[in-house]
Ligand binder design. Structure first.
Ligand SMILES: [Zn+2]
Length: 246
């Protein structure tokens, strides 16, 4: 297994599979220098720290700090990925600012919204939204252009710039949806203990396999097993639904 390297003190270390999730919960802390988000590049790291602060306090001043970083980040993402679309600084500015406001809006429409993997990927997705959205206020900068014969031609994403960002976003939406479902089904447990056993069984099932979940319920006289099975059924049908969309 390749070691993990702290970007800031260069210390190399191994994070065992079974504590990886906990390590993420503990904000990717370097075991040597103690810096948080130690594997992330500076911009992503700064944004994560500010995001944590904002989520904890909901302080508007932090949004302004986030905005400043997002502004230069999004601009450089635009130049890297979409410079073939336009070099007009006014238009670029327009797209960049729209993308950022779509992005920041997320924190207000969804209190649980939190970037956990990459701000860059999500910003790319929001840039795409800003550029391609067919809404009134953007039509002025539409990428469709009129041909001499009067027909319209549409800009095509022939290089697949958005595939990665879109996948990331789809995964984010799916994961969030599943998380909400898993929590919601817990409301149908008869007791906190039953819910605890349900979560324990699910976690064993997903991480180690069905046999381990079975042994757990055998050990505890089937406590929580029914609702665990019900949760699996719901998960299965939800995942089928997403498979249908592909
Ligand atoms: Zn370090």
């Amino acid at each position: 297994m390749r070691p993990t390297t702290c970007r800031y003190c260069k210390y190399q270390f191994h994070i065992k599979e079974d504590i990886k999730l906990q390590w993420k919960e503990d904000l990717l802390k370097c075991p040597d220098c103690g810096i948080l988000y130690c594997v992330l590049p500076k911009t992503e790291r700064d944004l994560r720290l500010l995001q944590d602060k904002f989520i904890a306090t909901r302080d508007e001043k932090i949004v302004k700090e986030i905005y400043v970083i997002l502004y230069s980040y999004t601009k450089s993402l635009f130049l890297k990925s979409f410079s073939n679309i336009t070099t007009d600084t006014v238009v670029i500015e327009y797209y960049v600012k729209n993308a950022i406001s779509y992005f920041i809006e997320q924190y207000y429409v969804d209190n649980n919204f939190k970037i956990k993997s990459s701000f860059g990927a999500f910003l790319l997705f929001k840039l795409k939204q800003a550029i391609f959205q067919k809404s009134e206020h953007l039509s002025e900068f539409s990428l469709d252009y009129q041909l001499e014969d009067g027909n319209y031609s549409q800009f095509e994403d022939s290089k697949g710039y958005f595939d990665a960002a879109e996948k990331e976003c789809d995964a984010y939406i799916l994961i969030n949806h599943i998380k909400k479902l898993l929590i919601k089904i817990g409301d149908y447990s008869d007791s906190p203990f039953e819910n605890y056993m349900r979560e324990l069984g699910l976690s064993l099932h997903l991480h180690k396999g069905e046999r381990h979940a079975d042994s757990l319920y055998r050990l505890y006289n089937k406590e929580g097993k029914l609702i665990y099975m019900y949760t699996l059924d719901v998960l299965r049908s939800e995942l089928w639904k997403t498979a249908d969309l592909v």
